[in-house]
Design a protein around this ligand. Structure first.
Ligand SMILES: Cc1ncc(COP(=O)(O)O)c(C=O)c1O
Length: 364
């Protein structure tokens, strides 16, 4: 790509911080590397979201209480609950973190899968909980039966990510529903549906209906993935009635970003956009599977989200450095216990072509 090492590091760092397109910064470091590291949607956002932001540009002098309520009402109506059960955060990460902190206590155990998204369990661990990483089943999915077996008096919470980050594998909605009802008799069950709308059988794949019943179950979604609004930072959870106020207090002390809220609301209602993104992301995922097959790469089977978890077979730091040198950013961190694996996300056709070329040279 004709970049020396310093230029490359600069470009990679800026891209990782989401700043590659910032005026005056990108010029010095272009061309930007292909960034397939953060499970974003390369085709977002919805034109309706952009229009909504434009309409609110001059209104940002005001705090966004009405816009917060409006978004809460929209998502509550879809889930069939009252808006006071909705917690909106600057992305779903702070909500995950807050729920983990509320669950954890010294001497307790937070149960989750062998490798998964960290925010919730880190929050619990910070409050003294031990995180129990229950091994996956043979298909690298959350082993729900094994998690049920681990439930006990010490259990302070259960975190299920479906589809899971980083494996992209998913458990069946009916099985998850039965599991969650059972497990929530012992401890709160948090179900993270960040990528749920990318599943082939969406909307059958969701278990959001569980929040209509009086279970100790929280279901969380984000506008960062399918909606393509990662940089605006809006996510939400629907919690049991007695939990919403506690979580809300922890996540939104000063209120939320008005442009993010109106963009999220517009995107949420843009059903044509949502369906188009769904199909594009699924098509991208299928292309990645074809690529992995062509390259003879092992990957976590039956992926359902906009990324593939591949086994590169080397130290992850080496893989990341070699992919960097080949012009493609992949996720920097390895998940504990999975150092020979990396998660690569969907890009445009050109980005996937660049990824295939990079992988060929890195794995040769
Ligand atoms: C499973 C999962 N949950 C939640 C998030 C948090 O996303 P955000 O904070 O952008 O809503 C991510 C982001 O990668 C994720 O993979």
């Amino acid at each position: 790509m004709g970049l020396n090492r310093r230029e490359w590091m600069g470009a990679a760092g800026l891209a990782a911080a989401g700043l590659a397109a910032a005026p005056g910064l990108a010029r010095a470091t272009a061309p930007t590397p292909v960034n397939l590291s953060l499970n974003e949607n390369p085709w977002g956002p919805s034109p309706r979201a952009i229009e909504a932001m434009q309409a609110h540009m001059s209104r940002v002098t005001r705090y966004a209480t009405p816009e917060t309520l409006a978004l809460a009402e929209l998502v509550a109506a879809e889930a069939g609950v009252s808006p006071d059960r909705v917690v909106i955060g600057a992305g779903s990460s702070p909500i995950l973190r807050a729920c983990g902190e509320l669950m954890g206590r010294p001497g307790s155990e937070l149960l989750t899968g062998a490798a998964t998204f960290e925010s919730l369990y880190r929050g619990a661990a910070e409050r003294g909980a031990e995180v129990v990483f229950v091994p996956f089943d043979a298909q690298m999915r959350f082993d729900l039966d094994a998690i049920l077996d681990r439930l006990g008096p010490k259990t302070c919470g259960v975190y299920i990510c479906n589809p899971n980050n980083p494996t992209s594998t998913a458990v069946d909605a009916d099985r998850l529903r039965a599991f969650a009802i059972e497990a929530s008799k012992t401890a709160p069950v948090f179900i993270d549906e960040a990528y749920i709308d990318m599943m082939d059988d969406w909307p059958k794949s969701t278990v959001m209906d569980l929040v209509r019943e009086p279970h100790n179950i929280i279901v969380c979604r984000t506008f960062s993935k399918l909606h393509g609004l990662a940089g605006l930072r809006i996510g939400y959870a629907i919690t049991p009635p007695d939990m919403a106020a506690d979580v809300r207090r922890k996540v939104s002390s000063g209120g939320l970003n008005r442009l993010g809220l109106v963009a999220a609301a517009a995107s949420f209602q843009d059903t044509a956009f949502r369906e188009e993104m769904r199909l594009r992301l699924i098509r991208g995922r299928n292309r990645m599977v074809e690529m992995a097959e062509r390259l003879g790469l092992t990957y976590a089977p039956d992926p359902k989200a906009n990324y593939l978890y591949v086994r590169h077979g080397m130290k992850n730091a080496d893989f990341v450095a070699r992919m960097d040198a080949a012009g493609v950013m992949v996720v920097r961190r390895a998940f504990p216990g999975f150092d020979a694996w990396n998660r690569i996300c969907v890009g445009t056709d050109a980005e996937l072509a660049a990824c295939e070329t990079a992988l060929k040279s890195v794995l040769a």
